[in-house]
Design a protein around this ligand. Sequence first.
Ligand SMILES: Nc1nc2c(c(=O)[nH]1)N[C@@H](CN(C=O)c1ccc(C(=O)N[C@@H](CCC(=O)O)C(=O)O)cc1)CN2
Length: 293
Amino acid sequence: MPQSASTTTPTTSPARLMDGTALARRIVETTAERAAAFTARTGTSPCLATVLVGEDPASVTYVRMKQNRCRKAGIVSRHVALPAETTTAELVHTLTALSTDPAVHGILLQHPMGEHIDERAAFEAIAPEKDVDGVTLSSYAAMSFGLPGFQSCTPGGIMRLLDAYDVDPAGSRAVVVGRSAILGKPVGMLLLARDATVTYCHSRTKDLGAVVREADIVVAAVGRPELIRGEDIKPGAVVIDAGYNPGNVGDVHFASAVERAGLITPVPGGVGPMTIATLMEQTVTGAERQLGL
Ligand SMILES: Nc1nc2c(c(=O)[nH]1)N[C@@H](CN(C=O)c1ccc(C(=O)N[C@@H](CCC(=O)O)C(=O)O)cc1)CN2
């Protein structure tokens, strides 16, 4: 029976790890079966277009990881590499072309894209039915109302992890540290849609530690290495570390947090693999929907 995060018993033993690698592997296996069935029925494979502006080394790595996972899942990947000086208009043109190409079922625009680009204009050039990374306003509306639609991949992956570990957000106090468009904001919306009481913290939040100490579920999504420390974790809380920092360091100081949390995601091996598994799954869902299957 799902456990409400607000009723998990405070613990004095180290937290249980939430194994994102294992869950992601199972999701990709199931996705590969669905992709094979799609190919058998339609004579064409699900296709994900990845778009990268510039050559930021971390982004290059993430896109490569997505392409590798596509191969495992039986998804064709088509990559569009654009120079760093690409304008918003040029990027919008590329995304519009992919949006109208019937051979492409999903579009991933790697983030960040460079300060000169109007990020919202770029994301909105992705057709909602191909928005398998959950970044358009249409997808945000679906997430905030708890309606079917594509979820932002890291937030969607986090919700899957909570479900897999029988954590029911309903009635719990969830604190999201960070308010980015692809992570903090949407994960808060998904938690709210599942009846958590959600607080967002950000750079202007006063006494961050005091707010975090109230949380039954903490989602750290701010991109500040080891910002959240064990002393700020309520005993028995569920701690989700969604921080991507150089050197595979999360936003949570793992060694101290693991001593207080009830459940905790490691970095690496927690939220990261779930991000890509969610992308694979949603790409096949997009392909199925577009062909009316
Ligand atoms: N358009 C998007 N841009 C970005 C997203 C996103 O979901 N959509 N998320 C992040 C980065 N990211 C994917 O793009 C990502 C980061 C990390 C991982 C991951 O699996 N990390 C591994 C460790 C990897 C390693 O060993 O080098 C882990 O945590 O276990 C996946 C995806 C920003 N941009």
